[in-house]
Design a protein around this ligand. Structure first.
Ligand code: OMP
Length: 237
């Protein structure tokens, strides 16, 4: 679970899904003190974004490195070792038992928390059937959450739709990190399992991951402030 004294501002994680470091740095400048936690995922990491992770940490921001690792155990372990030097707070792997075990062992005593991605928020039951799974979203998320907890994973990435159910299963300790966040009226895009910031927090999410509703807003700083205000209202703080 996020420490109780986590500022509401740091419960919003803005996904820097942007094409290059220059554009990402401009967005970070624009968001200023409104955002304290950033996610670097495929788009920016593959465009040279990992040094930016280190720079953001140096500037006092928290960083989530979202590379959703999944490979043979040895390769995952070596990847986690390399990434653990960035100073990031979170690192994602897909929620497969071999992968999760390798990542948890390899993180050792570094401060990075391993998050297991349960079922992507762009998937529904039909997408899982198309991919060959016999479980629907709710059952697969639950099964993976139980495996992740047994393996010692620090937190779960899930949609806010599963947050309340998972809280009841994994208890208060694990971080529940929820993408699929859409303020009222925002376009869903490719997300299929979505909720508003306030509802996600009320459902038990520890952190909200938000990309396009902030990045594409006419005023990204105002959009981030509005989400943090919703978080504050929902937490009653
Ligand atoms: O691991 C993630 O962060 C993630 C998992 C998931 O199931 N769904 C999901 O959308 N994400 C990420 O969360 C962000 C959501 O972005 P927006 O849909 O633009 O708010 C993207 O960077 C996704 O890669």
């Amino acid at each position: 679970m996020a420490p109780a004294d986590t500022p509401d501002r740091d419960r919003l994680i803005v996904a820097l899904d942007l094409p290059d470091i220059r554009v990402a740095e401009a967005m970070v400048d624009r968001l200023g003190d409104s955002v304290g936690f950033y996610k670097i995922g495929y788009q920016l990491a593959y465009a040279g974004g990992l040094p930016l992770a280190r720079a953001l940490v140096g500037a006092g921001k928290k960083v989530f490195v979202d590379l959703k690792l999944h490979d043979i155990g040895n390769t995952v372990a070596r990847g986690v070792e390399s990434l653990s030097h960035l100073g990031a707070s979170f690192l994602t792997v897909h929620a497969y038992p071999q992968t999760m075990k390798a990542a948890v062992e390899a993180r050792g005593s570094s401060k990075v928390k391993i998050l297991a991605v349960t079922v992507l928020t762009s998937y529904d039951d039909r997408d899982l059937a198309d991919a060959g799974y016999r479980f629907g979203v709710r059952d697969l998320v639950e099964a993976r959450a139980r495996q992740a907890q047994a393996i010692g994973v620090d937190g779960l990435v899930c949609s806010p739709e599963e947050a309340a159910h998972l809280r009841g299963i994994v208890g208060p300790e694990m971080d529940l990190v929820t993408p699929g966040i859409r303020p009222a009226g925002a376009a869903a895009g490719d997300q299929k399992r979505i909720m508003t910031p306030a509802k996600a927090i009320a459902a038990g999410a520890s952190y909200l991951v938000v990309g396009r509703p902030v990045l594409d807003a006419p005023d990204p700083k105002a959009a981030a402030d509005a989400i943090v205000a919703e978080i504050t209202a929902a937490r009653g703080s």
